[in-house]
Write a protein that binds this ligand. Structure first.
Ligand code: FAD
Length: 434
C-alpha cells in the first residue's frame, strides 16, 4: 500500500489536535507539511459539548457548530479551513501500530504514514463495565460517552424511549451532567455511585451536599454507597433492569455509564517512557524519544506550580498543552526555546442552570462560603482549600466572569490565610481583593 509522508503528524483528532493545528498555522507551517490522523469521522471539535448542549431536547448543539476553537472564544475551524491551509485531515482512520524507531504509523486498513515529528494526542477512552465482566453489561441501550458517534446513539435512544427510565452509573462529572440532561429530556432519572458523595475527587462533602440536594429537588433519585453488579435485558437484548450490589433492582430503558477514563497510550507501550499512567514529557511536551511529543489527556508533565509530575484530563489543559508543544517545536527548529509550561489547573462543569469553576489544587483544609442552600432561588457559594497557611485552591458556583477570574488569581498567587473563620466570613471578598 502507498506510503504517505509528512513533516509533522498529529495522531488523534480531538481537542488538542484542533488547537495544535491552529498554532501550527500561527507558527507558519507550510502547505502539505502537517497531517492529522483521527479515528473519528469529523474534524476536531470541542468534546465537552457532547455531555451538555448536544443532548438538549430543544436546539441541540450539532456539528459544524462546535468545531475547535470556539470553546475558548476562538475561530471555528471547519474542514475547509484545514484544506485551505494545506493540512491533511485524515479522518476515519485508526492507527493500530506505531513504530517509533522507523517513524511509522500503520492504520487498520494497512496504510503507512511516515513523519519527521509526531505529536501524540490520542486522549482517553472510557472504562467499560464489560472490561470487568459485569453480567449483562453488553445489553443494548447501555451507553458510554466519549465521541460524537456515542452521543448520536444516545440521542436516538432518548427519542426511542420517550418519558422512559434512565439509570446513570457513576457520580463524577459525566454522571452529574448526564443525569441533568436526561432529566431535561423528561426521563425518570436515577443516579448510582459507590462513594459517600458525588465528585469525591474534587468536591468536599459540603459542596456535594448542594448538588445532591439540587438534583433531588429536580426529581432525580440519588442512590449512594452501592454499585451496579448486573443488568437484565428483554428478549430483544434491550436493558430493562439494573441490579445493585445492595440487592435493589432499578428499572431502566437507558443506562449511561460514566465511571472514568484511561489515557490511550497503548500504541506506544515500551517505546516511550511512561509515568503516572501517561506518557512522560518535559515542560515542552517532549517525550523520552526525540521528535515525539505528547499533549492533552495522555501527557504526564511537570506541573511547575506544584513541582510535581501530573496528568490532567481537562479541556483547558488539552488546548494549552497543544499550543505550547507546537510553539516549542518551532522554537527548537529555529534554535530558540520557549518558557516552561506553567499550568494552573482549571476545571469546570455545567448542568441545569448551574455552572461552577475550580482552579488550583484541592488539598488541605477547606472552608465554605456563601449560600449553598439547594432550595435558594439564586444559590451562590464557593470553597477555598488551604495548605500550609496558604490558599491553594478555589471553587465557585454561579460566579460572574470577574469573580471567576478572581478565584483563578487566588489559586495562582496562593495568598496567606490568616484564619479559616476569617476566610469563611470574607468569602468572595477575599478573592476580589487579590
Ligand atoms: P480527545 O479530545 O479525546 O481526542 C483524542 C482523539 O484521538 C480522538 O479523536 C480519538 O478518536 C483519537 N484517537 C485515539 N486513538 C487513536 C488511534 N489509535 N488512531 C487514530 N485516532 C485515535 N473537560 C473539562 O475540563 N470540562 C468539561 O466540561 C468536560 N466535559 C467533557 C465531556 C465529555 C463527554 C468528555 C468525553 C470529556 C469532557 N471533558 C471535559 C474532558 C475533555 O474533553 C478532554 O480532557 C479533552 O478532550 C482531551 O483532549 P485530547 O485531544 O487529549 O483528547
Amino acid at each position: 500500500m502507498a506510503e504517505k509522508s509528512f513533516k509533522y503528524v498529529i495522531l488523534g483528532g480531538g481537542v488538542a489536535a484542533g488547537y495544535a493545528a491552529r498554532e501550527f498555522v500561527n507558527q507558519g507551517v507550510k502547505f502539505g507539511e502537517l497531517a492529522i490522523i483521527s479515528k473519528e469521522a469529523v474534524a476536531p471539535y470541542e468534546r465537552p459539548a457532547l455531555s451538555k448542549a448536544y443532548l438538549f431536547p430543544e436546539s441541540p448543539a450539532r456539528l459544524p457548530g462546535f468545531h475547535t476553537c470556539v470553546g475558548s472564544g476562538g475561530e471555528r475551524l471547519l474542514p475547509e479551513w484545514y484544506a485551505e491551509k494545506g493540512i491533511s485531515l485524515i479522518l476515519g482512520t485508526e492507527i493500530v501500530k506505531a513504530d517509533i524507531g522507523s517513524k511509522t504509523l500503520i492504520s487498520a486498513a494497512g496504510e503507512i504514514f511516515k513523519y519527521h515529528i509526531l505529536v501524540i494526542a490520542t486522549g482517553s477512552t472510557v472504562i467499560r463495565l464489560t472490561d470487568f465482566g459485569v453480567q449483562g453489561a453488553d445489553s443494548k441501550n447501555i451507553f458510554y460517552l466519549r465521541e460524537v458517534d456515542d452521543a448520536d446513539k444516545l440521542v436516538e435512544a432518548i427519542k426511542a424511549k420517550k418519558n422512559g427510565k434512565a439509570v446513570i452509573v457513576g457520580g463524577g462529572y459525566i454522571g452529574l451532567e448526564l443525569s441533568a440532561v436526561m432529566k431535561i429530556n423528561n426521563l425518570d432519572v436515577s443516579m448510582v455511585y459507590p462513594e459517600p458523595w458525588c465528585m469525591p475527587r474534587l468536591f468536599t462533602a459540603a459542596i456535594a451536599a448542594f448538588y445532591e440536594g439540587y438534583y433531588a429537588n429536580k426529581g432525580i433519585q440519588i442512590i449512594k454507597g452501592t454499585v451496579a453488579v448486573g443488568f437484565n435485558a428483554d428478549a430483544d437484548g434491550e436493558v430493562k433492569e439494573v441490579k445493585l450490589k445492595d440487592g435493589r433492582v432499578l428499572e431502566a430503558d437507558i443506562v449511561v455509564v460514566g465511571v472514568g477514563g484511561r489515557p490511550l497510550t497503548v500504541l506506544f507501550k515500551g517505546q516511550v517512557e511512561e509515568e503516572k499512567g501517561g506518557i512522560k514529557t518535559d515542560s515542552f511536551f517532549r517525550t523520552s524519544v526525540p521528535d515525539v511529543y505528547a499533549v492533552g489527556d495522555v501527557a504526564t508533565f511537570p506541573m511547575k506550580i506544584y513541582n510535581e509530575m501530573r496528568r490532567v484530563e481537562h479541556v483547558d489543559h488539552s488546548r494549552k498543552s497543544a499550543e505550547h508543544a507546537v510553539k516549542a517545536i518551532f522554537a527548537s527548529e529555529a534554535g530558540n526555546s520557549v518558557d516552561d509550561y506553567d499550568y494552573l489547573p482549571y476545571f469546570y462543569s455545567r448542568s441545569f442552570n448551574l455552572s461552577w469553576q475550580f482552579y488550583g489544587d484541592n488539598v488541605g483544609d477547606t472552608v465554605l462560603f456563601g449560600d449553598n442552600n439547594p432550595a435558594s432561588e439564586n444559590p451562590k457559594f464557593g470553597s477555598y482549600w488551604i495548605k500550609d497557611g496558604k490558599v491553594v485552591g478555589a471553587f465557585l458556583e454561579s460566579g460572574t466572569p470577574e469573580e471567576n477570574k478572581a478565584i483563578a488569581r487566588v489559586a495562582r498567587v496562593q495568598p496567606p490565610a490568616e484564619s479559616l473563620d476569617q476566610l469563611a466570613k470574607e468569602g468572595l471578598t477575599f478573592a476580589c481583593k487579590i
